[in-house]
Design a protein around this ligand. Structure first.
Ligand SMILES: Nc1nc2c(ncn2[C@@H]2O[C@H](COP(=O)(O)OP(=O)(O)OP(=O)(O)O)[C@@H](O)[C@H]2O)c(=O)[nH]1
Length: 323
């Protein structure tokens, strides 16, 4: 039977980092397929992962947990036929819930060995009230407190307590029987997403939950903290400083910026990663597509316009992620 892991967690907490490091560290001897639910016209994570690993399927422009179950399931079947993987990792978008994906995998006869929720130990307080974030923790059975390099032991302990509190409150139940779907869960720590190998050995017996999971209904995302995104394509005449100035002045309502941008003064295109006030730039060779920035957050329309008014846009499409 093919095994799988679902990786969930809020925007920018380190899911892709964990996936990349984990696959390299613990699964280099296995045939691994990675499925990334990415938003926007190009999958930036997919682009990066495909440099590391070859078999990446991207499901784009939508949320697998809401509209894309069918596309997701047919994509998984395609991957199984083409690559015959031993293990499948599914990275869900930071704005979706993990459990519907669990069910889709189960429908396809794939064994789900764990639903891993990556938590940002440094920034949990700033996103823990978002309803999707709570359901992500509630819908997982392996919780990884990541970015431990950025916190003190006291802060880590605080984050751990908070996570357990949320988990106990939002632990998903079967709608019909009222029983907990996950009877067991673990909380562990990681830095740069490097997770202990035995975490992947499974912490629950699949048969424990299969019966319960069948009757589970999709939880609705609530409207009040809906997450939207804006995709901005940039013209080619920008300097690095123009980009940096925008990224140093991101308002709090924008949780996440990702992109790949070519500038006049840096030789290679730059992969841009912004989350929780930190921005990083990594040069990427061989990218020749349009320069693109994706802004993700709550009610961000005006903020993005204000921030980017100095750029000349090619266009500015908008997607709705979660309602
Ligand atoms: N200091 C520190 N930074 C980290 C750690 N893990 C990830 N990061 C950084 O956090 C940023 C976001 O990481 P990603 O792995 O892209 O996060 P993600 O959860 O996949 O993001 P989305 O797919 O947009 O939801 C990147 O700049 C990472 O380099 C960590 O343990 N410590």
């Amino acid at each position: 039977m093919i095994q799988s892991f679902v990786i969930t967690g809020f925007l920018g907490v380190g899911k892709t980092t964990m996936l990349t490091n984990t696959v390299k560290e613990h699964f280099s001897d296995k045939k691994v397929a990675i499925i990334v639910n990415e938003f926007g016209d190009i999958g930036i994570d997919g682009n990066i992962l495909s440099n590391v690993y070859s078999e990446v399927l991207e499901i784009s422009e939508g949320c697998i947990c809401c509209q894309l179950a069918e596309e997701f399931e047919s994509g998984v079947i395609e991957i199984m036929n083409k690559y015959n993987p031993e293990i499948i990792f599914v990275e869900t978008s930071g704005a979706s819930e993990p459990f519907p994906i669990f069910l889709s995998l189960q429908n396809l006869g794939i064994s789900v060995e764990g639903v891993i929720c990556v938590v940002d130990a440094k920034n949990l307080d700033s996103y823990k009230d978002n309803s999707t974030a709570k359901y992500q923790i509630g819908g997982s059975n392996i919780i990884i407190l990541n970015k431990t390099d950025l916190v003190s032991e006291l802060e880590l302990e605080h984050a751990r307590k908070e996570v357990i509190e949320i988990k106990e409150k939002f632990n998903i139940k079967n709608n019909l029987t009222g029983k907990m779907i996950f009877t067991n869960y673990v909380v562990d720590n990681a830095q740069q997403g490097v997770v202990k190998k035995d975490i992947f050995n499974g912490v629950f017996k699949t048969e424990e939950i299969i019966g319960l999971a069948k009757d589970y209904n999709h939880l609705d995302h609530t409207t009040e903290d809906s997450i939207t995104q804006k995709v901005v394509y940039l013209k080619e005449n920008i300097n690095f400083n123009d980009i940096d100035e925008v990224l140093q002045n991101i308002p709090k309502s924008i949780y996440r910026v990702k992109g790949i941008v070519r500038t006049l003064d840096v030789p290679n295109p730059l992969v841009i990663n912004y989350s929780f006030g930190n921005v990083s730039y990594d040069e990427l060779e061989g990218y020749s597509e349009k320069s693109i920035l994706i802004f993700i957050g709550e009610s961000i329309d005006d903020d993005v316009l204000l921030l980017t008014e100095k750029f000349e846009f090619m266009n500015l499409p908008k997607f709705r992620l979660a309602k």
